[in-house]
Structures are given as C-alpha cells and as structure tokens.
Design a protein around this ligand. Structure first.
Ligand SMILES: Cc1ncc(COP(=O)(O)O)c(C=O)c1O
Length: 490
C-alpha cells in the first residue's frame, strides 16, 4: 500500500492543518488556563469552591483556619504556603504520603516516562507497567496473595475486594460481617460496610451485612455459628477513621482460625495502614497471619498519583474470575493500570525499601509514641491516651464537653456541633496558626487527633512536633479555648 494514502497519515495531516482553518465551529468557553489555576489567590479560590465544589465544607475549613492557606509548593515533610511559610505535615494526607511530598525519584521516573512518550491507557493491549506493578505488589505480599486488581482509589480497591470474596464464597453465602466504627470508602457497595452515620446519610444501602464490635472475637464466632449465609468478614487491620484502634495479636490469630473453620473469607482493609505505615508492609504482618484478600491505596501512589490495588489469594481469585467466561466480570476499569500511575507506584515501592522507610516507620514511630507518652504523663488532665503503631498514631484528649469552664460554654456552644468541647479541633487549629504544624482529625471520635506523617519523618521532625504541642498544652485549657475563640473572630 502506498504510504501516502494510509488513512492514519491523512488523520495526522488534518490535525496539523487544523489551526489554519478560518474559524472554529465550536467557540471556546471561558476556560482558565493551567497558569491561571496556579495563580488563583485565596479569595478567588474561595469563590470557586463555593460556586462549584463544596460550599458547606468551607465552614469546617474556616473553623480550623485552613481556609487562609494556599499551598504553593510541597517538598518532603513540608507544605509551603503563599507567604513562604513551611508547614510541617503530620497529617500526611491520611496516610497517602509515605514518601513525603514530591520525592525526587518519583518526579524523575515520571519525567522520563513522559519524555519517552510512553502510553497510558491499557485497554486494548497488555500493559508492561501494570504487569510489573502487579509483580511488585505480589512480591511485597506474604503467602499466596498473588493476584492483583488495579484501580484508582481505596474505595475502588475495596469494592473489588468484597466482590471477589462474594463470588468466591458462592451464591449461598452472600452475607458480609463488618465492624463498628469501620471506614471502607464512600462508593455505594463499601458504604454499606462503613459504619459512620454521617456518610451513610439516608442512602438505601446494599443489604446482607452483619455488624459486630471491632476486636470482639466472641461476637464474630456467634455470627459465624448462627448464620451459615455469612461468607466474608471485612476489617481494617488498624481502624483509622475510628480513631486509631487496634486489636491484640491473639484476636487476629483466632480470627484466622475461625475463618478457616467456618469457611469464611477474611478481607483485610490496608488502604490506610498498609504500605509500611505501621512498621511492616502490611499491618497484619505484625500478627503472623495472612488474610484471603487485602487492599492498598493511598501511599501506593507515591504521593503523586491515584492508585488502588486489591490483592487476593490465587485460589480465591480463580474461583471468582478464573475462566474466560468469568474473567471480564470485574476486569480493570478505564483507568485501571494506567501507565504513568503504574510506573509511579513501581518506583514508590522501590524507594520504600531502598530508603529503609518501613524500618524508619517502626523505629521513629516508637520514638514518637514514647515522646507523646511522656507528654501524656505531663498533662494527664488534657491527654487521655496515646496509641498506635509506627507512624499511625492517635492522640486522644479528655472530653471537655461537660467540664469546660462555665464562662466559655456559651461561646463554644455557638460553634459547630462537631467542635463543641472537642479539644482536638482547638488544638489542631492552633498548631497550624501558631506553630506551622498540620495534624488530622478523626471522623468518629472528635477527641482524637490522627498523626500520620510521611515515613521519611526523622527524630528532628518528631522533636519539633512534640515541642510545639508541649508549648501549646502549657497554655492550659482555658487559654487554649480562648485563643481558639479569638482565632474565629480574627
Ligand atoms: C481504611 C480505608 N479504606 C478505604 C478508604 C477509601 O479510600 P479512598 O478515599 O481512596 O476511596 C479509606 C480512605 O480514607 C480508608 O481509610
């Protein structure tokens, strides 16, 4: 065939010729450019947020003082705002920033991938990037957790997890056990096993669920024994949204035995606690047990992309989707295994081990816990408990909703319900305002601050954080509340 007459060549010429057309048929709407986006100021961002994103959310940002910050850059342990202020990040994107912000090896891998004009969408052909990432994830996973499904979020990974388990359990065992205070995502399937009333709204949820207290092995055994339709149990290994709640090793060991005894599949949600955060790649590795299905997301994306993965034991996967007839039931979605996201995650897993970040999470996490425990001993009337593992730490404050000084109660009660009497809100807001430190809050327990710094966090960062907190707590409750109230009018 004459090369000049190939239709694809004609198409290329048409694209090249397009700018010379006299007039575009479709007028361009009023679009902002990339440079416009970068240079929006706080006032304009607020307007756009109100007009197009989530007006109600601004209310909470204002309470915490977050609405004044425009992040211009982010590097390592820090956000850098419009005034050049360096904000120490102990929030860590709820565990999404194991490598910190903009790790140079991640930037380099992505730059090279772009310059080489690699392909992204892998629907028609096999993707070498998806294949290599699946290999890496399986290599990081114990036992025969070998089969990998790639998606773009924790919710998608968890949807894949409950679906593979349901199919493998079979049509006679569709029921799923989940835990009180669980969080597994906001898409409709996993919302049905997410315990928060706030998120459940008044949606009509998927049925066939059984709720048990987290860590209660007797309740689980009762459920398994009394209901043969139960085929799956889904648990976060460490509850994040619940306020950094752990169950003891013997709970997990008994759970594994019970699941084997009753033929129930155990799905471990490691979206937040996985990828090294607790000092092991998976948190369940602390307990010497292996689930049937698990899920990762957040830090799997190297802090630079959206990546989620469901990982199943081969036998479970093959039962669910192992034949040509069943293979496409839950094959990857359009963006599942997209090229640049895969190479970002491949590099992220390499960096995690090359830089010893899992070991650092264990050692420096212990140091953080020890320093916070010392602070608890110093302020027992303010700090109720310090708990966690590695860099997944919860700091629970005493509940002051009933005991706040009388003079402050009317003022505080004017504030939103969520913050009323909750020291964590006041402390989080003042840590940012006065000490340039960012911490995270907890959906189900307003008295808990969540600390999930990047795994690159060193002792000096811990020292800086603990000294800031110490200095703030030394003001005493009344001053903290007053300072917070002042910040609302200032
Ligand atoms: C334990 C757990 N599972 C699932 C999810 C859902 O992940 P995503 O927000 O990426 O959909 C989250 C998110 O916070 C989570 O913490």
């Amino acid at each position: 065939m004459n090369v000049m007459t190939r239709p694809d060549h004609a198409a290329t010429r048409a694209v090249v010729d397009a700018p010379t057309l006299a007039a575009h048929a479709t007028p361009k709407p009023n679009l902002l450019s990339v440079e416009d986006a970068k240079s929006l100021d706080v006032a304009r961002m607020t307007d756009l947020f109100k007009a197009h994103l989530n007006p109600g959310q601004l209310h909470f940002m204002k309470l915490l003082g977050f609405h004044k910050v425009k992040v211009e850059r982010a590097e390592g342990m820090y956000y850098i705002d419009q005034n050049g202020r360096k904000i120490l990040d102990f929030f860590g994107g709820f565990g999404s920033l194991a490598l910190g912000h903009n790790h140079p090896r991640i930037l380099e891998a992505r730059r090279k991938f772009q310059e080489e004009k690699r392909h992204e969408i892998a629907i028609a052909f096999m993707s070498q990037y998806a294949a290599a990432l699946a290999h890496n994830i399986a290599a990081c996973s114990p036992g025969d957790l070998d089969m990998v499904f790639l998606g773009s979020s924790g919710s998608e990974a968890m949807e894949a997890a409950v679906k593979v388990a349901e199919r493998a359990a079979g049509p006679k065992r569709p029921k799923i056990v989940y835990a009180e205070n669980s969080f597994h995502g906001k898409t409709k399937g996993v919302l049905s096993i997410t315990d928060g009333q706030l998120y459940r709204g008044e949606f009509k949820l998927v049925g066939n669920t059984v709720r048990v207290p987290f860590g209660d092995i007797d309740a689980i055994e009762n459920a398994f024994r009394s209901d043969p339709e139960i085929g799956t149990i889904v648990l976060e290994t460490v509850q994040g949204g619940g306020g950094i709640i752990q169950a003891p090793a013997e709970f997990w060991q008994k759970l594994r035995k019970l699941c084997d005894q009753y033929g129930v599949l155990w799905v471990a949600d490691e979206v937040q606690c996985g990828v090294g955060r607790t000092g092991r790649f998976y948190a369940f590795e602390h307990y010497g047990v292996v689930p049937d299905v698990t899920a990762l997301a957040k830090s799997l994306g190297g802090g630079k992309t959206a990546m989620g993965a469901m990982i199943a034991r081969r036998e479970v996967y093959m039962k669910a989707y192992g034949t040509p007839k069943t293979a496409m039931i839950h094959a990857a979605a359009t963006f599942g295994g997209i090229g640049e996201a895969c190479i970002t995650s491949i590099e992220a897993l390499n960096v995690l081990y090359d830089e010893g970040l899992i070991d650092n999470a264990a050692a420096t996490g212990d140091y953080l816990l020890a320093r916070l425990s010392a602070l608890q001993a110093k302020y027992p009337k303010i700090i109720k408990e310090v708990r966690g593992k590695g860099f997944m730490v919860g700091l629970e404050f005493q509940d002051f909703s009933q005991t706040l000084p009388m003079v402050l109660r009317p003022m505080v009660s004017l504030l939103d319900d969520k913050l009323k009497g909750s020291l964590s809100g006041f402390i989080g807001a003042l840590l940012l305002r006065d000490y340039d430190v960012l911490v995270a809050f907890t959906e189900y327990n307003r008295n808990v601050i969540r600390l999930e710094p990047p795994l690159i966090c060193r002792k000096e960062h811990v020292d800086r954080f603990v000294e800031a907190l110490d200095s703030l707590l030394a003001r005493g409750i009344t001053s903290i509340v007053k300072d917070f109230l002042k910040s609302q009018v200032g």
